[in-house]
Design a binder for this molecule. Structure first.
Ligand code: NAG
Ligand code: NAG
Ligand code: NAG
Ligand code: NAG
Length: 363
């Protein structure tokens, strides 16, 4: 009974996290798809994600995007003679993902990759403009959602359609050249979500005292623990560097620790400050120190949230750690209070943290 309860709670936690990762989804029934039966994807989870534009009309309302899905499905079935709409998913500029062939099915969208990829079409023609932020975020979320649900490999590769079948686009066609350039920008902005690190200030950059701390025994770290410093906020490089020096002095001289306790701190100037750094064991959350990366945000977030610059930098730091192999791609995020009895990281910040990717409500 107890085992069952544990499994049930774990399953609920997984579900909660999975739905947190997914964008708003409109199913085939909801957009009025014609019935179709397509083969199962032979390689699962899919190791590739192929990004497309539909080269047609963009849409920003539910009604218009559903109409586009029906138009594209009709074209793919009646004109191309395919079994169904070619894409696994489409994404509209209303920030919504439309189920095409869906997860676990082989698409007809990129001949060299259809049997091993998830094909995502952003609805619209992106020769001269990039998809809006709502569509780009929804596409990235859809990919993360696929990873969490086990349909896309955690170490997937993202490419544009033209990288799969270059012959489909003639270099003689100037519109295609333009499309390629614009798509490259759009793809770069997508991949930066998972690959780009925030602005980083090294130990030398903030004037750290020398210290030597133990190597993290569990790598990549399966946990990320978020903290606030409960002290002064900082929005300038000079003030944040001063905070780092103050905290290091307190942790070394008052607490008697080998170094500043955190692996990283983040300021409301949008920069990440190297504490113990990657691959080192921190002293920030007794129950998790040997298996986590501890990240603090400078300030007291009991009744206010860290500003957007700090929140974005903290998320970018986590993504950066994943892409560099220091944090497990299926890491769990928790607040310090979930590791040890403490108010940290502050009520306001903790409530917000619950909505972050990979937040674990029941560690
Ligand atoms: C796959 O890509 C190669 C190299 O561009 C191309 O020659 C080939 O025709 C493509 N295959 C298909 C099925 O399109
Ligand atoms: C943090 O802020 C709260 C109110 O917002 C205050 O009650 C508390 O004393 C502050 N904590 C510290 C350590 O200053
Ligand atoms: C963390 O929690 C444990 C168990 O409740 C407790 O024994 C320990 O003193 C706590 N450590 C700190 C630093 O608060
Ligand atoms: C970003 C955007 O345009 N979102 C729209 C998506 O569609 C719904 C319903 O049609 C609108 O309410 C949103 O504003």
């Amino acid at each position: 009974m107890m085992k069952l309860t544990v499994i049930f709670v774990a399953a609920l936690a997984t579900l909660a996290t999975a739905s947190a990762q997914c964008p708003r989804i409109v199913t085939r029934d909801e957009w009025g798809a014609r019935a179709a039966s397509t083969p199962i994807l032979p390689i699962r989870p899919a190791p590739w994600v192929v990004m497309h534009h539909t080269a047609g009309t963009p849409c920003t309302t539910d009604a218009a995007c559903a109409q586009q899905m029906r138009n594209i499905q009709n074209m793919h079935m009646d004109i191309n003679g395919w079994a169904d709409i070619g894409y696994n998913w489409c994404v509209g500029e209303n920030g919504t993902a439309y189920e095409g062939r869906g997860w676990g099915r082989q698409g007809a969208h990129a001949p060299n990759h259809s049997s091993r990829s998830v094909g995502i079409g952003i609805i619209g023609n992106f020769m001269t403009v990039i998809p809006n932020m709502a569509a780009r975020s929804a596409a990235q979320q859809l990919i993360q959602c696929g990873v969490v649900l086990g349909h896309i490999a955690a170490n997937y590769w993202l490419i544009g359609h033209r990288q799969s079948n270059p012959t489909a686009f003639s270099d003689e066609d100037p519109t295609m050249k333009k499309f390629a350039a614009v798509l490259a920008i759009a793809l770069a902005s997508l991949s930066t979500v998972s690959a780009q690190c925030p602005r980083i200030i090294t130990r030398a950059g903030w004037g750290a005292r020398a210290a030597n701390t133990a190597v993290l025994p569990t790598r990549p770290a399966p946990w990320v623990v978020m903290h606030h410093t409960a002290g002064a906020h900082c929005t300038t490089d000079a003030a944040c560097a001063q905070q780092m020096r103050n905290i290091q002095n307190m942790h070394m001289d008052t607490n008697g620790w080998a170094d500043i306790g955190y692996n990283w701190c983040v300021g409301e100037n949008g920069a990440a400050y190297e504490g113990r750094g990657w691959g080192r064991q921190g002293a920030h959350a007794p129950n998790h120190n040997s298996r986590s990366v501890g990240v603090c945000i400078f300030g007291n977030f009991t009744s206010v949230l860290p500003n957007l610059a700090a929140r974005n930098a903290a998320q970018a730091l986590i993504d950066c750690g994943v892409s560099l192999g220091h944090i497990a791609s299926n890491y769990w995020l928790i607040g310090h209070r979930q590791s040890n009895a403490t108010a940290c990281p502050g009520n306001a910040f903790f409530e917000n943290l619950r909505t972050w990717p990979r937040f674990n409500p029941n560690p």
